[in-house]
Write a protein that binds this ligand. Structure first.
Ligand SMILES: *Cc1c(COP(=O)(O)O)cnc(C)c1O
Length: 420
């Protein structure tokens, strides 16, 4: 391969991060996606990370949110992504596994790390507490509270322990519901707050409205429920964590401006009248979706279906069963700009599974053919991190690039979104 900057896309969470060299930035000048494709002619998918976009998006969110911003690491744990978010002002991380905790601590000795998975292994809690200085833990049951206390402060001191109760929400306006599995119902949550109060230096309530939640009122309703739970519990709390779920634009989904979400949160929080409480948010998708894309190659065309080298077992899982659509553009390095009419295509992924299909439609020039490349945008979130090794198609690489994000307007023949 011609350039060191293009490295293997094996998840950093699958490797043991032993030293900073593994996660260190590369010092060369970044290229554009087009230059990368023209030089490397990649026959494997390449994840293209846009550090400038990530930093700018993070800075905008941090500026707009009236509290602490915890990046949900599961969404994209790539070191270059984490570094760009840090550069944009993110200082807190929502981690859910020992691998995520270890990676963030290796990269950022001063970061605030918060263990926000309601069900944890005992060893994971102990390790986070003793080796990595994690002080905040989430739970949604008595059993998990007992586990956290036994693994952090068995002598009964509160030290600096932060305890956060995950509150269940009724199913709302999110594309992906996240309440099916975790969370205590209101009354149980109030009981848990009372049980945890004597052990907590900081006590809080957290919820998640579901991912890609298009309705700002979902936060208002959830915050009203927080108020009911606090009243029922009759104990003060210091943290109100409004979770993630902040939406981004996809070709068929244009959310209202981030400011509308912030306004509901600020207003809903003010109504709680908890002067000693601090707001937290755990955005994933909203911080990183625009900062990543994947470049795939067309290996065959049959009618309006394109056989490409990445699919639902790679970085395009959400384009499969969930039918997510992403902005796309063709890359044909030896030709000038194409003025060929766009038409809708579906993709078949590289594995032999018939379920490895993405219906789209994805709008591409109607003469697209074997050998052309396609850049698929808005894939910085829940893309590269979902890759599996199924059928041997786990090879992909990562490069940092200078491009703007792709435009999400359907049929837009401008390649890139105008900077916001
Ligand atoms: C996945 C997750 C997030 C991030 O959700 P987005 O929809 O990507 O913003 C935040 N908090 C928790 C607990 C999660 O599980």
């Amino acid at each position: 391969m011609s350039n060191l900057r293009v490295r293997s896309a094996v998840s950093p969470l699958r490797r043991r991060v032993r030293d900073l060299a593994m996660v260190a930035p590369v010092a060369e000048a970044l290229r554009t996606v087009d230059a990368l494709v023209a030089e490397d002619r990649p026959e494997e998918p390449i994840h293209c990370i846009r550090p400038a976009t990530l930093s700018a998006t993070a800075a905008t969110f941090v500026e707009a949110f009236p509290g602490d911003v915890l990046y949900a690491v599961k969404c994209n744990p790539d070191p270059s992504v984490l570094r760009a978010l840090w550069a944009g002002g993110v200082r807190h991380f929502d981690c859910a596994s020992p691998a995520e905790v270890g990676l963030v601590r290796t990269m950022f000795p001063d970061a605030g790390i918060h263990f926000m998975h309601p069900i944890k292994a005992r060893g994971a809690i102990r390790d986070a507490w003793t080796r990595h200085g994690v002080r905040d833990f989430v739970f949604d049951s008595d059993a998990e509270l007992a586990k956290i206390l036994a693994c952090t402060t068995p002598d009964g001191t509160t030290e600096d322990l932060g305890l956060v109760v995950r509150l269940a929400l009724p199913k709302g306006g999110a594309v992906l519901d996240l309440s099916g599995k975790f969370g205590a119902e209101a009354e149980a949550a109030a009981d848990l707050l009372r049980a945890a109060r004597p052990h907590a230096a900081r006590l809080g309530l957290a919820f998640h409205v579901g991912s890609q939640c298009l309705d700002p009122l979902a936060w208002r309703r959830a915050l009203a429920l927080v108020g009911e739970v606090v009243a029922m519990a009759g104990v003060p709390i210091e943290i109100v964590d409004v979770g993630g779920g902040f939406p981004v634009a996809y070709p068929d989904m244009e959310p209202v401006h981030l400011g509308a979400f912030m306004a509901e949160i600020e207003d809903g929080f003010d109504r709680l009248d908890l002067p000693n409480a601090r707001l937290w948010a755990e955005p994933g998708r909203a911080l990183v979706a625009g900062g990543g894309s994947v470049v795939v190659q067309v290996q065959a065309r049959r009618g309006n279906m394109l056989y490409v080298n990445d699919g639902v077992y790679g970085s395009l899982a959400d384009a499969g069963a969930l039918g997510f659509r992403y902005p796309v553009r063709m890359i044909r390095p030896d030709a000038g700009p194409s003025d060929v009419k766009l038409c809708g295509f579906g993709f078949f992924g590289p594995t032999c599974d018939s379920a490895d299909v993405m219906r789209g439609p994805f709008h591409l020039p109607e003469d697209i053919a074997e050998g052309d490349w396609i850049e698929i945008g808005q894939l910085g979130a829940y893309g590269a991190c979902l890759r599996t090794g199924f059928n041997g198609f786990d090879r992909a690489r990562i490069a940092e690039v200078t491009d703007q994000p792709l435009s999400t307007e359907v049929g837009d023949d401008r390649q890139y979104a105008l900077a916001a």
